[in-house]
Design a protein around this ligand. Structure first.
Ligand code: UDP
Length: 333
């Protein structure tokens, strides 16, 4: 297969105005690729798209999607647009199966109609449910414990079937705990009702939340709180660019974990957030949150070996610092 230069490749990015999508659009733009974002702006923002054009459209609207494919003629698609709130998925599973699963089928149909053979999918460690072993390898059983995780597993299975049936290759990236923001605080996570630990800790430091609650201190971990593998969003974005290069060079369909391969407890994150912000914000110890596995840590051997991905920002302090700079800027916007 002839190697394509980045400038001759257009990537259509669904959800490119959202948190992770916008960092990937930035990484693609910086690497010289042409980018078109397709986003309905339900949770994304037009200002977050730092490179290329933005088409405002819904994945349910196949006519609009076709127009975008017709206009940009992408060689590759990256699919981020999805709902991501686990508790909401438990309350309203059909919303998740429609938006995350059915709409992915729409996108695949249009992609195949336009002969796009290269697809990168935004998946999650939630596909593993409560893992039997730590670190978690990509071959671990897929046993999601909520409709959010299930909606992503279904798409992974559909992708595998498509790769069997059509001239089509994909990479699915299973994200562990994504955090941090752009080093210049131009883009970052925006959530009106944040549930994630780092964001909640920083909003507590800013006085926007009264106190941070630690969900459970009786887990079978060294300090009793849950352990997670936190990855800086720009390192994650680079993994997408490498996955794209891999597929464009003829690589076969593959699934990769995205994490650093080591974890931090909730208490460690809280202590680091206090250190970075310089604010001794109030913390209370509460009961467990339903559905939280004690530890989620990625086995990252595959992505390091096969995509030659090496983290540049494997540092919890840096993750929290970039999130903090972003949070301060966003809160005064
Ligand atoms: N957590 C917490 N207090 C909070 C938010 C989260 O103790 O206000 C804990 C949560 O129970 C989990 C860890 O922090 O053990 C990471 O949660 P987060 O929601 O950030 O990510 P998840 O691992 O659920 O995707």
């Amino acid at each position: 297969m002839a190697l394509l230069s980045p400038g001759s490749v257009t990537v259509l990015v669904t959800g490119g105005a959202g948190y992770i999508g916008s960092h990937v659009v930035k990484a693609l733009g910086e690497a010289g690729y042409r980018v078109a974002t397709y986003d309905n702006l339900s949770t994304g923002h037009d200002w977050a798209v730092l490179y290329g054009d933005l088409v405002v459209g819904d994945l349910e609207d196949k006519g609009r999607l076709r127009e975008a494919f017709h206009l940009y003629r992408p060689q590759a698609v990256m699919h981020f647009a999805a709902h991501i709130m686990v508790p909401e998925s438990v309350k309203n599973p059909l919303k998740y199966y429609r938006n995350n699963t059915v709409n992915a089928v729409n996108l695949l149909e249009v992609s195949l109609d336009f002969e796009v053979e290269t697809f990168i999918f935004s998946s999650t460690a939630a596909v593993y449910g409560i893992p039997r072993e730590i670190p978690i390898g990509e071959g671990a059983p897929l046993e999601p414990i909520n409709p959010y995780g299930q909606s992503k597993v279904l798409v992974e299975r559909i992708l595998a079937d498509c790769a069997q049936a059509y001239p089509f290759r994909y990479v699915s990236l299973r994200y562990f705990n994504v955090g941090g923001a752009d080093s210049q605080a131009r883009i970052g996570q925006v959530s009106p009702e944040p549930t994630h630990l780092i964001t909640r800790a920083l909003k507590t430091a800013l006085g926007q939340i009264d106190r941070l609650e630690i969900y459970g201190t009786d887990y079978p971990t060294p300090d009793g709180t849950c352990i997670r593998d936190y990855i800086q969003v720009d390192d994650l974005a680079r993994a997408h660019v490498l996955a794209l290069k891999y597929l464009l060079a003829g690589g076969q369909s593959r699934v990769f974990n995205c994490g650093y391969g080591h974890g931090y407890s909730v208490r460690e994150v809280v202590e680091k957030a206090k250190e970075v912000t310089g604010v001794d914000f109030p913390v209370v110890e509460g009961g467990r949150r339903e559905g939280d596995p004690p530890a989620l840590v990625a086995d990252t051997g595959r992505i390091r070996r096969e995509l030659d991905w090496h983290p540049q920002w494997d540092d919890l302090g840096y993750i929290i610092k970039t999130a903090w700079e972003w949070e301060k800027r966003w809160s005064t916007r």
